[in-house]
Ligand binder design. Sequence first.
Ligand SMILES: [Zn+2]
Length: 231
Amino acid sequence: MAETVADRIEQDILAQGWDTGSILGSEAQLIERYGVSRAVFREAVRLVEHHQMARMRRGPGGGLVVTEPDPGAVRQAARVYLRRADVTRQQLFDARAALELAGVVTATEQLTEDGIAQLTEALRVEAELVEQGVTTGHARNVHSVIADMTGNPAISLFIEVLAQLDEDMVQQGWISRDDPTDRAALAEASHAAHEAIVAAIVAGDAPLAQHRMRRHLQAIADLLTDDVRAD
Ligand SMILES: [Zn+2]
């Protein structure tokens, strides 16, 4: 019951254009609109708040306030879901390759000076981290820059989710080798691959960028093992 009401509330938020900061209605108004008990309504609000679409503001002038969508929360939920669904490295590779290969083509076609600057900056930061021996990923890496350059929020979201999941797997011991020198070598190899992919994009050579991206993703997939599960 609460889930049905939560669904209706979210549909209403979407129907009104997800207008951040607007008030959908007071508690009393909404209870009447949806025709449910206070207890069911409050349970529904908890679900909507959990989905980070709105929150209940108490007091005078209060009500159900539409909140800013949080892409980080969406990505985190998708990661947890895929881990629970026991996604295999092959499935992850297939899905990620389809998105990333489409992504490099669009990014190459829509290349701008600003895009080149962002790619160059991402490579510079990454080179510094590799130099310092930092092998963990950083938020604004080459993959997320390429994803954003597509201007397609669907491609962008799922590339980020799948890239992060690959990163999780590498960091959390889904790889067969645990030697730290191997991780440093891996970070260096990834950086070299990123440089080569970016060079192809900047040169406007989409097929070459695709070829290099596929080879890079295959190298990551080959490192992972389905036998080790972190949790
Ligand atoms: Zn990479």
